[in-house]
Every structure is written in C-alpha cells, then in structure tokens.
Ligand binder design. Structure first.
Ligand code: PLP
Length: 321
C-alpha cells in the first residue's frame, strides 16, 4: 500500500533533538517511501529531485568543479546540453562524443543516455563503464524494466521521472540512483543545500505510478514494436528509429511541411511535448533542436490506447501529406 500523503514541512523534535524528518527540504516521509520503491527497482539508493533537469543540475554541482570537462553524448536530451552550455559561465566545460563508441579520455564525468531522445541511439555501456571517470546514464526512456545502468557498471542512473516512472503527465519529478552510500549521502547533502527537492505530492504520484510501471511499459513496448513495423512499411515514411524496446520511437516524413501536416491532423494522439505517459503524444522535435534533428522527424511516445486506434490515427494523418 502507498503511505498516506504527508505535506508537512516540519516535524516536532524528539526530546529536544531533530529526528529523521525535521524539515521537508532535507527529507519527507512520502519522498523517502518513493525513493525506497525506486531504489529497489534500480538496485541502489534513490534520491528524488524537483525535475529531471533538477537531478542533472544537482549531479553537475556535486561531481564537477571549475575547469572540469564532461564528455556528453551528442545525442543526449537537448536540455542536458543546454544546461551544460549554461554552466560554462562557471568554468565547466563539455565535449560531445558519439556514445555508440568509447568516451574521450581526460574528462572528469561521462554522460550517456539509453536510448537517446529523440534519435534513439544506444550507448556502448561497456566502453563507458571502462572509463576512469564517473558515469551517469540517463535511462529515462529505457525505464528499469528494460535497463538497469548500475548493473552495467554505471555509477549513476538518472531519470526524468516526469516520464515513464510517474507515467500520467501529471507530475514533474527527477531521480538519481547510485550504489555507493557515500556518493548518495553527498548528493543528498547538495540536494538539501540547493533545495532542488521533490514535493510530497509529486513523490506520492510516483509511488502510484510505480505500481503500474511494469504493465504500462510492457503494453507500450508491444504497441510501439507493432507501430514501428507498420510505419517502416508506409510509403510516406522515410526512416523509423526504434531500439526494439520501450514506448518511444521517431520517424521521418519528407520535410517540415509534411511533419506539420501530420502534427495538426492527429485526433487521438495529442500533439504535445514530453513522453512516457498513458496518453500518446507526438511532436516535431525540429522546432526545439533544429541544429541536429531533421525537419521531418516526428517523435512518438506510445501510450496505452489500442494499437489499431493509434495506427488509424497515424495512417489517416500520413495519408494527408
Ligand atoms: N532526460 C530526458 C531523456 C528527457 O527526455 C527529459 C525531458 O524531456 C529530461 C531528462 C529532463 O526532465 P524534466 O523535463 O523532468 O526536467
């Protein structure tokens, strides 16, 4: 059962001493319960943050110092690159690399994504784990159902828990999981000091989401596999990117005009950003990241609707271009 939602920000001292919960910026019972559940799934100590980007910020502040360089997968979520560009002002450098091969030497942190959003490449996990620097794997799109990065030698697994883990497009949340208790303690300390913490309501929604994670992701995977195949056989589709698991795929139509036509003629699938929810969403990613995403690329996050309903929507939209 889920624990009751406790929105307290303070708890009385016991015998004049602060207990494990004394102030919610440090920890709160709903958050700790959700962290325990996620930690079991990933095989480590989990910590929740205000968002996926909050988790990324906390890791950067914990692990890096001015003058350090991050090897960042060039396909990683575009917001991760945007943040590392922002942090250049503080003397943190980053170099982009092709995550299907080994990370470059002489960096203080390696950052990979499995599979990458929205190009759906997979990192060479063994090559990353062999690197002497700590390795962060953003496994938002894989979920612990399909990949547990810590079992592959990564030091940190990171999630935008806003996506599959919470799963209903109604909670903004990030998570980091690591095995080493000292690393977890230091990250917790930075989280408390910076205040990049998850609210109890969001943690409670994560607890609810985790209860159905397996059935949601299994269903999303079955549907996505089928849609990837059907899209690959469609005359209006030039390319399908799908790693073979999970609910996220992307496909290319001829150009920006064709992508716009698909976006605006869907009726079941919501034309919106984000991914990992029970409702399917689709968008052109070119509008956000024109320098690396082709104009015709459409990212589809498969929800729980019946496969034939989704296919009818997609094939009607594709027939109009
Ligand atoms: N990592 C990946 C792979 C994402 O797709 C996203 C958001 O789209 C993030 C991190 C950032 O997460 P949030 O939006 O919860 O801050």
């Amino acid at each position: 059962m889920k624990p009751p939602l406790d929105r307290s920000t303070i708890w009385p001292y016991e015998g004049g001493e602060p207990g494990p919960f004394h102030y919610a910026r440090n920890a709160h019972p709903t958050g700790v319960a959700a962290e325990r559940a996620l930690g079991e799934l990933e095989g480590g100590h989990a910590l929740l943050f205000a968002s996926g980007m909050g988790a990324t910020t906390a890791l950067a502040l914990t692990l890096l110092a001015p003058g350090d360089t991050v090897a960042l997968a060039q396909d990683a979520y575009y917001g991760t690159g945007v943040l590392f560009r922002e942090l250049e002002r503080f003397g943190l450098r980053h170099v982009l690399f092709d995550q299907t091969g080994p990370p470059p030497p002489d960096v203080q942190l390696v950052w990979i994504e499995a599979p990458s959003n929205p190009l759906l490449t997979l990192p060479d996990l063994a090559a990353a784990a062999a690197h002497p620097a700590p390795v962060v794997c953003d496994s938002t799109a894989a979920t612990p159902l399909h990949l547990r990065p810590l079992e592959h030698g990564c030091d940190y697994a990171l999630h935008s828990a806003t996506k599959y883990l919470a799963g209903h497009h109604d909670a903004l949340l990030g998570a980091v999981v690591c095995r080493d208790p000292a690393r977890a303690a230091r990250l917790h300390e930075v989280r408390s000091r910076t205040g990049i913490v998850a609210a109890p309501d969001a943690a409670w929604l994560l607890l609810r989401g985790l209860k159905t994670l397996e059935v949601r992701v299994e269903r999303q995977t079955t549907t996505a596999r089928e849609l990837a195949e059907r899209l690959a056989g469609h005359a209006a589709v030039d390319l399908v990117r799908y790693p073979g698991f999970g609910g996220l795929l992307s496909f290319d139509v001829a150009d920006a005009a064709a992508a716009h036509a698909v976006e605006t003629s869907l009726t079941t699938i919501t034309n919106a950003t984000s991914l990992g929810g029970v409702d399917s969403t689709l968008e052109s990613r070119h509008r956000w990241e024109p320098e690396r995403v082709p104009p015709g690329l459409l990212r589809l996050s498969v929800g729980l609707e019946p496969v034939d309903t989704l296919w009818a929507d997609l094939s009607d939209a594709l027939a109009g271009i």
